[in-house]
Design a protein around this ligand. Sequence first.
Ligand SMILES: Nc1ncnc2c1ncn2[C@@H]1O[C@H](COP(=O)(O)OP(=O)(O)OP(=O)(O)O)[C@@H](O)[C@H]1O
Length: 302
Amino acid sequence: MERTHRHAVAAHGLRKHYGDVRAVDGIDLLIEPGEVVALLGPNGAGKSTMIDMLLGLTRPDAGEVRLMGETPAEAVRGGAVGVMLQEAALLDDVTVREIVVMIASLHRAPLPVEEALRRAGVTDLAGRRPARLSGGQKQRVRFAMALVSDPGLLVLDEPTSAMDVGVRREFWAAVRSLTGAGRTVLFATHHLEEAEKHADRVVLVRDGRVVADGPVAAVISEVGGWTVRAAVPGALPEELRALPGVTAVELRGDRAELRCADSAAPLRELLARFPAAHDVEVRALSLEEAFLRLTAPLPEEV
Ligand SMILES: Nc1ncnc2c1ncn2[C@@H]1O[C@H](COP(=O)(O)OP(=O)(O)OP(=O)(O)O)[C@@H](O)[C@H]1O
């Protein structure tokens, strides 16, 4: 399929409904080689369903997927894609090293097993059996399993969910060392600070649709990147709404909260037109606020 050949991930018109539930409701996703993309969304937004379809684990009702130009099954089987799923079962009667050796043997050009163990931070656990490992340790074993085929694309579903702070930091350093070498990463997360820190781009889904897609700064400015708060005696909502760069206004008595795409122009105009304005406060929106605004009903606007 020529038009998607160059993309690490190319999904067109993906849809999956369960009865009345529109788990994924028409999603297009193109990811360039080398991009690190975070998939965000509230519970039930459709992230896991989407990842399952991207990996060929769930058959879409409609749409098509290519990973590095191949079907999901071909790409996963051939080792072009490394996968880390939260609930993936681990064999219990063999050691961590034996599991990784077994997976390496399925692929044509795997990483040396010791390197995969080291990169995933499980060298010390290599002789242990998974049954007795903690949740965070099991996640690291799954990471070793995902990277031993030396994949060009890593798909990680909430990879750090069971990891403590220190392990999480080591995990991201390991991911960085992989992406530094040009690999592509798609990860789903509920940790917005991880998305902000580690992703080149965030894709935010709600009710099975993409509601924002771009670098963190662009997503934030899409919903109005700044908040200006001030007491503005005598101002009418429509006057405030008409200020340049203002995207939404809330007014309670004299207290106005302006959502703005930019901070300087609205502030300058506010002070010029309302010289009595006081107690002025300007604040950049966080990804968390942008996330909440994009995934929840907007506060009542005037
Ligand atoms: N096999 C299934 N049968 C019926 N409904 C399903 C099935 N799988 C998912 N759903 C529904 O589809 C919607 C999307 O679920 P999904 O697990 O993809 O969301 P998510 O974004 O991964 O959520 P979370 O953040 O909680 O993991 C939910 O309403 C869920 O209940």
